[in-house]
Design a binder for this molecule. Structure first.
Ligand SMILES: Cc1ncc(COP(=O)(O)O)c(C=O)c1O
Length: 401
């Protein structure tokens, strides 16, 4: 068989993945500091959630390329709750934020077109872009008492092939909310180089106390085509429901929507019962959001409490999202550190998964159950302390989870 070049991936299991699989198979304890699936983190979901799928309206199949009006109106109410007016005509329902990206890439890019992506950032972009023949160009975020974009770095990365900039608000994994001055700077670049702005707001509702209030980009940026993507996987903690959307704003949004409608009509991928259930799931989001917010805040506090004993490690400032970034001494590669941590019973992401350097960075998920999180951080602190000449025990005690 002759395969396409775009799927010419190295699908061999990585050394880290193999080590993790073998530890799981051996039945050894692992404190998971990479948790990203809220349905497996011990939150109390309303058992009636699936009842919303039994609406008999869905027995009548009325295919609407942009999604049902009821579903799109529910998305508009979500933005109205944040004081932003969005018209249902501007909304297209999709099965996931990833699918929304794929629709936008088909809308905006010809093969070889370039997308600017802030680094560090969400690793799935590599695959989402490659599958649509989009080339990624990284634009660095800088850290100086908090993260910020570097408008000049973005400018330098722009070429005649650049079609769009993507912005994750707040960013995964840095937890950085785009500030008004940054939005203005990116807007100016988009106007100057005729680019669209794709804004990913899946973590918009997860803001730590003290972080500046951040608004949705559906309010638009003067003269810039802005496409906002979001969905239930984070907003309502329901990744399994496969319900998401995009909102098109700015100049020529109607033309863009006409084309998006054809793309969506080709697949009609969002199933009818899910579209019927979307209003109830979105309305119920506060219940699960409250639990998640409480969890990530408590875990962040616990992380800081334990790191207090280890001044060689610093936790970077974070404003929102579900992750925290740790700066560790760059004495060996993070791959090796992560492997040794796994042998101590803690599973954590190396920063290079998210585009950081190969050495000196770990990404910790704050989503997992408190006890497991606390044990994992204890083992991490003990390991890093030991490797700095301390005498902490780096092993996760058997049965501690
Ligand atoms: C920044 C960001 N965007 C999009 C997604 C994917 O969302 P969905 O499940 O709706 O495809 C994720 C998932 O982790 C994410 O972190």
């Amino acid at each position: 068989m002759r395969f396409s070049q775009r799927t010419n991936w190295n699908t061999e299991e990585s050394e880290l993945a193999r080590a993790h699989r073998m530890r799981v198979q051996a039945g050894l304890p692992i404190a998971d500091l990479t948790a990203s699936n809220p349905t497996r983190c011990g939150f109390a979901y309303d058992e009636g959630l699936l009842g919303a799928l039994a609406n008999t309206i869905a027995l009548d199949y009325d295919p609407q390329p942009r999604g049902s009006l009821r579903g799109r109106e529910a998305v508009c109410r979500y933005y109205a709750d944040q004081g932003v007016l969005v018209e249902p005509e501007r909304v297209v329902l999709t099965t996931s934020t990833s699918e929304a990206y794929s629709f936008l890439f088909r809308l905006l890019f010809d093969p070889g077109g370039e997308l600017l992506v802030p680094q560090p950032g969400y690793p799935l972009f590599d695959f989402l872009a490659a599958l649509e023949d989009v080339r990624l160009k990284n634009a660095p975020l800088v850290y100086d008492h908090g993260w910020q974009i570097d408008p000049e770095g973005f400018r330098r990365a722009i070429t005649p092939q650049t079609r769009a900039i993507v912005l994750v608000h707040p960013n995964n994994p840095t937890g950085h909310f785009t500030k008004p001055w940054e939005a203005e700077a990116l807007g100016a670049l988009c106007r100057e180089f005729d680019l669209s702005l794709i804004v990913d707001e899946v973590f918009l509702d997860y803001r730590f106390l003290g972080a500046e209030t951040a608004t949705s980009f559906t309010a638009g940026l003067e003269g810039v085509p802005v496409f906002v993507v979001s969905g239930l996987s984070k907003i309502a903690g329901l990744p399994q429901m496969k319900a998401a959307w995009l909102v098109a704003t700015g100049p020529e949004a109607e033309k863009a929507l006409d084309r998006l409608e054809v793309i969506a009509d080709t697949f009609l991928s969002v199933n009818a019962p899910v579209q019927c259930a979307l209003p109830a799931w979105l309305e119920g989001r506060k219940e699960i959001q409250g639990q998640i917010q409480e969890r990530v805040a408590a875990n962040l506090e616990e992380l800081d409490r334990q790191l207090g004993a280890l001044p060689i490690v610093s936790r970077l400032e974070v404003e929102g999202g579900w992750y925290a970034l740790l700066r560790i001494p760059a004495l060996e590669t993070d791959e090796r550190t992560v492997k040794e941590l796994l042998e101590s019973g803690v599973w954590v992401h190396p920063g290079y998964f998210f585009g950081m350097a190969d050495s000196g960075w770990l990404v910790v998920s704050l989503l997992g159950p408190g006890r497991e999180f606390s044990c994992g951080v204890a083992a991490l602190v003990a390991y890093l302390g030991t490797h700095q000449g301390g005498n902490g025990s780096a092993k996760l005690p058997q049965g501690s989870l």
